[in-house]
Design a protein around this ligand. Structure first.
Ligand SMILES: O=S(=O)(c1cccs1)N(Cc1ccc(F)cc1)Cc1ncn[nH]1
Ligand SMILES: [Mn+2]
Ligand SMILES: [Mn+2]
Ligand SMILES: [Mn+2]
Length: 375
């Protein structure tokens, strides 16, 4: 991957490598004719927004290109996540809420589909026979690039990964202004379920995970309110001009739907959180740390224990280590200020793969802003 003067391992902030950031893949909107003068003018008025997203997308490409070079069997998942996160922070030039990581580094293995990242003390190691989806985000001014791919080492899984990669491509192609969300879901399912995989001498049809979705996104809001189904029978709501979507699909050899299971690692403030009086002093302290450090962006337990030594230095006390935060975090969840996002799991022994891109429904075209030469 040509990285425009970037070092290996990456160390140079992307803003130092580009003045104008490379565009993503441009696709036409369905059967729309050449854009009018007025449409082009509307598009031009949002150039700053497109540029911010292209900047974050270039960071994402360079971080994931580096990650793909070191993700191997035997790696400790905690070390892998920390290397991805530190590189992300460096290349985006992390500055508080203005720029940084978009959400926790998901590294969901085998029957786990999403929202799994190691909690402090976890010793899980990646194995040769694993199927792991890596899902991480980069954000600038709250504009999130949400993009994911799947890693496996045993070629027997290739049909599963190809099914999901093609299903996500179908979702991207079908998306467009005035397109109904349910039509996209039906097309995704058709592509996904046209594949089968041989495992242990059995031929297994690839199923789309019926209760996982893509989603619209807003500033500092990873779930913007519209969900993109990946099976038929969904919502007839239409996509609209100017919206930003994460198009993601999940293919499984399991039962075809996920449930919440295992220890939670992912959390996020409710976007319109209620103002409830907090009695626990530690809950008050934790909430002010969350407001200052993450706002309405998602976070994970590991990040509450990070001694970031930087922005939170007050009168010599460095870092914002949140000792004994678990009780306070539970309290914030119980009163409805913070939402937990537990791992989403199919049945044990099954394998779930994911591919995801962020697309922009610009007035003049559809831009697959997170497109790289990897996927
Ligand atoms: O499953 S979601 O909650 C969702 C909500 C509505 C439609 S899809 N989710 C958003 C999210 C929630 C919490 C996080 F910590 C990170 C992301 C999708 C997603 N997860 C990873 N990449 N994309
Ligand atoms: Mn998985
Ligand atoms: Mn994602
Ligand atoms: Mn997503």
């Amino acid at each position: 991957y040509v990285r425009h003067g970037q070092t290996d391992p990456p160390s140079i902030p992307v803003s130092k490598l580009f003045t104008k950031f490379p565009r993503g893949e441009i696709q036409e909107h369905g059967a729309r004719k050449t854009p009018s003068e007025e449409t082009r003018a509307r598009d031009g008025m949002q150039e700053d927004l497109w540029n911010k997203m292209r900047h974050a997308a270039e960071v994402h490409r360079e971080v994931r290109s580096y990650a793909q070079s070191f993700i191997k069997p035997g790696i400790l998942l905690t070390d892998m996540c920390e290397r991805i996160e530190e590189t992300n922070r460096k290349l985006v030039e992390e500055r508080g809420l203005q720029a940084g990581i978009g959400f926790p580094t998901g590294c969901s293995v085998n029957h786990i589909a999403a929202h799994w990242t190691p909690n402090p003390g976890d010793t899980k190691v990646l194995e040769y026979g694993d199927v792991m989806s890596i899902d991480f985000g980069t954000q600038i001014d709250g504009r999130i690039i949400d993009c994911a791919w799947t890693v496996s080492f045993d070629p027997k899984f290739d049909p599963l990964l190809e099914a999901v990669r093609e299903a996500t491509e179908t979702g991207i192609k079908e998306a467009g202004i005035d397109v109904r969300l349910c039509d996209i879901g039906a097309a995704i399912q058709e592509t996904m379920e046209s594949y089968e995989i041989e495992l242990d001498g059995q031929t297994i049809p690839v199923k789309a995970v019926r209760n996982l979705n893509g989603h619209s996104m807003g500033p500092y809001q990873i779930h913007g309110g519209k969900s993109v189904p990946i099976v038929k029978g969904g919502d007839a709501t239409k996509m609209e001009e100017g919206e930003i979507y994460a198009i993601e699909t999940f293919g499984t050899t399991g039962r075809g739907h996920v449930v919440e299971d295992l220890e939670c690692s992912h959390y996020m403030k409710v976007f319109q959180a209620p103002h409830v009086p907090l009695r626990m002093p530690r809950a008050k302290k934790l909430l002010s740390h969350i407001n200052r450090t993450f706002g309405t962006l998602a976070f994970c337990r590991r990040w509450l224990e990070r001694d970031d030594g930087g922005s939170t230095c007050i009168n010599g006390a460095t870092g914002a280590k949140q000792e004994k935060y678990l009780g306070a975090l539970k309290n914030l969840c119980d009163v409805g200020i913070v939402q937990p996002y537990p791992p989403l799991c199919d049945v044990k022994g099954s394998y779930v793969a994911q591919y995801e891109h962020t697309i922009i429904l610009r007035p003049t075209c559809k831009e697959v802003v997170s497109r790289g030469d990897d996927f």
